[in-house]
Write a protein that binds this ligand. Structure first.
Ligand code: F6P
Length: 562
């Protein structure tokens, strides 16, 4: 059996280290001077997305070494293993088959003896039936009134994906449907939920209890509060026939849909079997928006647009599987990240969309990237001797310009930025004057987007000024960036964009030899919080705790009693 090499022992990694020693000294603006065809050399367009990697601090030689690294690390075989359903999630011994959720109905994928495409499409059909009932105004609360408000109770992957996509695609709401508004409550402190409970009528409010595990305390505590609110407010009412008071069973049945991989736990909580939507252990939480966890998305955009989102992601899956590595968008995006983190020591990464509809995209990617690749042991369980996932954060670019761009331009921290924007916008606005104004605003946003990446690259050279400015007005530039342009923000291009980032995360995990599909690092905090709660409620002594924790709990108790 071949000896296992850690990534930093591979020949291409070592060649990259040598190459980086020289290239690190070269300013990004020099690289543009050295080659006139950087745009065409480092830009690719696929599935409605144009990926411009020309403002990365690399050249042809760098890319050659990185592609060799991908080959040496076994990336082509790993992609095949992922997409064909092998047990790539080694610590949990199961496949990671989010890509199966977006396979067309005519595809076949047999995993360990089961045809999972048929099962996936049956679950989509079940979801579609629920969506149709709600859109037709046929889903009635326990007192007989049609549902107006749907509140998704979930956290992490059971919240961020649907939240991000519903916001991004709100313009795609179908016409002529019964008006159903969708809301999200995730925080365990109950503050989002409390706001809804104060404003909504319980008779017309439905909750989606979204939790893969159905054990997440954040979601279950919100669900229990919602259940008590409904029981308290509705049990005084008469039922649909107007003869008897509504039963607790009817209230829970008509006001909760469950989405989980655990039907037993949904039943135990009281979700009616025909209001349970299932998914599978082989879909990771942060990769789950493509199936039944996407119910809030389907409620906002309708099933046809939801299926277009899946088709966009599937097109990117096909590209990821078939395109040669040097033409492969997720591969190139992933390799640019490896170069920045491991060879240029850039360990901060900012996500900057220039379109208000992508407000939650950075929050979504924070979980996708950092929960997947924020790891420090290899797939074989050994400590890594190199950096893995960078710190990733972001917000809408135009707003961030007035918040943290100061640090990007003049701070001491090297940061790589992803600028994301649609090329076309506002074609659907009917009033010509309003359209003209809004199109001008879109142009303004793109001008800012393109200007910022240019200034980050060139620094002072972006302006033709005589003489050297004083130190506090200097811009050193040399901050790398990627620009992703979408033809238009549609369900199809958004699906492709999300899948691009999902696969980028996988590419990096393969190079770093880590498992992107588990998240053991979130478990200890949950267990300790349970113990701490018991201490705060006076059920166990504080003596075993450190002085800070004791002090915090005593201060809380004093405030609660006072
Ligand atoms: O605690 C982290 C996590 O397990 C995430 O991976 C997941 O997306 C989130 O919690 C919610 O989990 P669940 O869907 O099981 O409630």
């Amino acid at each position: 059996m071949a000896r296992h090499h850690t990534p930093d022992q591979l020949a291409a990694w070592q060649a990259l280290e040598r190459h980086a020693r020289t290239l690190r000294q070269v300013h990004l603006k020099e690289l543009f001077v050295q080659s006139e065809c950087r745009w065409s050399a480092f830009t690719r367009t696929v599935n409605g997305l144009t990926l411009d990697l020309s403002k990365q601090r690399w050249n042809d030689e760098t890319l050659g070494h990185l592609l060799a690294l991908a080959e040496e690390a076994g990336l082509p075989g790993a992609i095949e293993a992922l997409l064909s359903g092998q047990r790539v999630n080694v610590s949990e011994n199961r496949p990671a088959l989010h890509t199966a959720l977006r396979l067309p109905a005519e595809a076949t994928l047999t995993v360990e003896g089961d045809d999972i495409v048929a099962a996936v499409h049956e679950s989509l059909a079940q979801m579609e039936r629920l969506v149709e009932r709600l859109h037709a105004g046929q889903w009635r609360g326990a007192t007989g009134k049609p549902i107006r408000h749907v509140v998704n109770l979930g956290v992490g992957g059971s919240d961020l994906g649907p939240l991000m996509v519903t916001h991004a695609l709100a313009d795609y709401r179908p016409e002529d449907i019964h008006p159903v508004e969708v809301h999200f409550a995730s925080t365990m402190d109950g503050s989002q939920l409390a706001d809804y409970l104060a404003r909504f009528n319980p008779e017309t409010t439905l909750f989606i209890l979204s939790s893969k595990s159905f054990t997440t305390i954040d979601t279950l505590s919100n669900a229990n509060t919602a259940k008590d609110w409904l029981l308290g407010r509705l049990s005084e009412h008469d039922d649909m026939a107007g003869s008897d008071p509504v039963s607790a069973e009817l209230i829970v049945r008509q006001h909760f849909i469950g989405v989980s991989a655990s039907p037993e736990k949904m039943c135990a909580w009281g979700i009616a079997p025909d209001h349970q939507l299932m998914f599978w252990e082989w879909v990771g939480g942060r990769y789950s928006l493509w199936g039944t966890i996407g119910l809030p998305i389907a409620l906002i955009v309708g099933m046809a647009h939801f299926r277009a989102l899946l088709a966009g992601a599937h097109a990117m899956d096909n590209h990821f599987r078939q395109a040669p590595l040097d033409q492969n968008l997720p591969v190139l995006l992933g390799l640019a990240g490896i170069w920045n983190v491991n060879f240029l020591d850039i360990r901060a990464h900012s996500i900057l969309p220039y379109d208000g509809r992508l407000e939650y995209f950075a929050a979504y990617l924070e979980q996708l990237e950092m929960e997947s690749n924020g790891k420090s042991v290899t797939r074989q369980g050994e400590e890594v001797g190199y950096s893995t996932c960078p710190v990733l954060w972001g917000q809408l670019g135009p707003n961030a310009q007035h918040a943290f761009y100061q640090l990007l331009h003049q701070g001491t921290q090297p940061v790589v930025c992803d600028f994301i924007a649609p090329l076309k916008r506002y074609d659907d606005i009917e009033d010509p004057d309003t359209q003209r104004h809004l199109k001008a605003q879109h142009r303004l946003a793109l001008a800012n987007c393109f200007a910022q990446s240019r200034v980050l690259m060139l620094g002072d050279d972006a302006v033709d000024e005589e003489g050297t400015p004083p130190a506090h007005k200097r811009y050193r530039g040399n901050q790398p960036s990627t620009t992703v342009l979408m033809d238009e923000l549609t369900p199809h291009t958004l699906g492709a964009l999300i899948a691009l980032y999902e696969h980028k995360v996988f590419v990096q995990a393969v190079i770093w030899d880590i498992n992107p599909f588990d998240q053991w690092g979130v478990e200890l905090g949950k267990a300790i919080a349970k113990e701490t709660q018991a201490m705060m409620e006076g059920e166990s002594a504080l003596d075993s705790l450190d002085a800070s924790s004791q002090g915090l709990i005593r201060t809380f108790r004093a405030a609660e009693q006072g």
